[in-house]
Design a protein around this ligand. Structure first.
Ligand SMILES: [Zn+2]
Ligand SMILES: [Zn+2]
Length: 280
């Protein structure tokens, strides 16, 4: 007798029907194209059970499909969550979905920086200062922490602008509210320190924020294309780290802080690549 291909959903319907309504069966020898001869249960009204091995394979396939579907749903939810927290955290779109494992250190300093950020994400604590050339992944590392710790990353310029706007007529928040908002964040990175000229106003809110975050043991990252005065080739210049912080704040940095000086070894090469890789 020829085995007819019964669509899988119907087969399972049949099995369910058998479960709910006990019937009498006869056993017939049938041949499955794939698995060969098998003993087939046939009900009184002529409905045949599928080949048991086919049914088992179908079941496995269905479970696997469901597992993949669930996996995709989880991944989509994670992506959505990452994007939401990235937007809230003022993170650049290029880092919305960045992961620490995507950051491949090329130098010892980059490895130290990565480890410090990883520790920060795990412990929700600490201070990290990332200094050195642009293009070494400092902003990427801080952005990952900002997203995963539900905090934010701002450049000094952005904070200064927000504060300046707080003094305009249509301002929604006062300077104090803005500063308090930054102090309360579960994570804060301040990027591009030294990019804008240091003013007393900037130094004041900067010191206030860092001081409060330090006393509350909240994770904070400072990023700048800067160097320490003792390493300054000119014996003091506008890129000297010490110019941007007052003595009190500097003394805080001696406690529980990882300082990393990253020199991107291939910075010049990457710049050249950008210049020369034009479309023909
Ligand atoms: Zn079969
Ligand atoms: Zn200097």
């Amino acid at each position: 007798m020829e085995e007819q291909e019964i669509p899988a959903q119907i087969r399972f319907k049949i099995l369910d029907d058998f479960k709910s309504e006990p019937q009498k069966f006869t056993i017939e020898k049938r041949v499955c194209e794939k698995h060969g001869e098998y003993e087939c249960k046939v009900s009184e009204n002529g409905i045949a059970f599928p080949c048991p091995k086919c049914a088992e394979e179908f079941d496995k396939r269905r479970q696997e499909e469901e597992r993949i579907r669930n996996q995709k749903m989880i991944e989509e939810a994670e992506r959505k969550y990452k994007k939401e927290w990235s937007i809230k955290g003022n993170i650049s779109p290029e880092f919305y979905y960045a992961e620490l494992k995507d950051f491949i250190p090329k130098t010892k300093a980059q490895e130290t920086a990565k480890n410090a950020i990883q520790k920060m994400i795990e412990t929700h604590k600490g201070k990290v200062i990332l200094l050195g050339s642009n293009g070494a992944g400092k902003t990427m590392l801080a952005s990952i922490a900002a997203r995963d710790l539900r905090g934010a990353i701002y450049t000094v310029y952005e904070i200064a602008t927000m504060i300046r706007q707080s003094y305009t007529v249509k301002a929604e928040k006062s300077e104090l509210e803005i500063v308090k908002g930054l102090i309360d964040l579960p994570f804060l990175a301040i990027d591009e320190v030294g990019r804008i000229a240091n003013s007393e106003a900037v130094q004041n809110w900067f010191s206030f924020i860092l001081d409060k975050r330090h006393s509350r043991d909240l994770p904070t990252v400072i990023i700048g294309n800067l160097h320490f005065k003792k390493e300054c080739k000119k014996g003091g210049c506008s890129k000297c780290f010490e110019n941007y912080f007052d003595e009190d704040v500097l003394s805080r940095f001696h406690e529980n802080t990882t300082v990393v000086m990253i020199k991107a070894p291939d910075e010049r090469r990457e710049k050249n690549t950008m210049i020369f890789s034009k479309d023909e």
